[in-house]
Design a protein around this ligand. Sequence first.
Ligand code: PLP
Length: 370
Amino acid sequence: MIRLAKPFISEAAVNNVLEIFESGDLVQGKYVKEFEIVLQDYLKIDHSVLVSSGTAALHLSLMALGIGYGDEVIVPAFSFPATANVVEIVGAKPVLVDINLDDYCMNVPDIEKVITDKTKAVIAVHEFGQSADMESLMQSAQKHDLMVIEDAACALGTEYKGQKVGSFGDIGCFSFHPRKAVTTGEGGLVVSNNPDIADEVRALRNHGISGKSDIIHPGLNYRMTDFQAAVGSAQMDSLEKAIEIRIEMARTYNELLADCDYIITPAIFPERKNVYQTYHILLHDRINREELISCLYEDGVQTNFGANALHCLTYYREKYGYEECDFPVARKAYEKGLALPCGPHMSNTDVEYICGKLLADYQTGFYTKE
Ligand SMILES: Cc1ncc(COP(=O)(O)O)c(C=O)c1O
């Protein structure tokens, strides 16, 4: 089976983990600090705080920025549910805006249409490893005095005009889930150039403890273990190479699928570096995606839908009375999007095989909707 993604854990990482287990110091040891410094240098940012998941990173970011009851936070309607869930969890309201079909990120001009006097922040999601339009997003946020949280869960290494995403806003959040380029099993990261925000996140991740044992706010236990950090840290040396492989594979996919009138390949923006955490195509309306997914599976190719249309999920639909047609672009991306395997666990020959299947099977009319 050609999997969507497969983590690579090196022998060096395994040896580090064995050493940690033997030492007995499983949490709050040296590896978390070391991994934080490596990530800080890589992202060219002043402060980094490792946490237990990308969701924890987003949750702590909202808490650290003081977002809570009565506040509104602008969120793209197409994302992994965690982006909006954390806003609900802190008692604020996620206000959805539609996305663009070319980058699958928030349509920035829509931000201004939903701002009220309760709007405190905007969460910019860098979907599938593509950067959102950060220049206009930051301009809009500054104009309206909104804080910016970057949900870069899928975007470690992604750049906008040469700058790594996660470092534009007040806070950046990353995930180290096994589908990501660097994984610690579960894991996440918060970054910021603001020392006060970073200190607040650091305290909140550890029960709210500041200094030796005093509690400054009630916090949580969202710490990353030392053995997870050792596993993550060992993957950083090969990250750039892994990104190059993804970019090369995306190029092959784009070339092989270029003349196909029922598949739209990801758009290319010269000022953005897409790391293709997910290689995501859009299928024509006449394609039955579910049938295509199961046919490809039988051919040994794992695929999946890309992200959710948040307004179509039961909780959000019922709570806010959304109709499916409210965010038509997000809905289309959800219904017609398809994630194809991409990453160093596979070869360009696999990409050729997958494209061959996509093209040949279609000729039989197999996927055509009646
Ligand atoms: C855009 C986005 N935000 C947040 C998350 C949550 O990250 P985690 O699974 O590490 O909690 C994900 C997970 O894939 C994601 O894609």
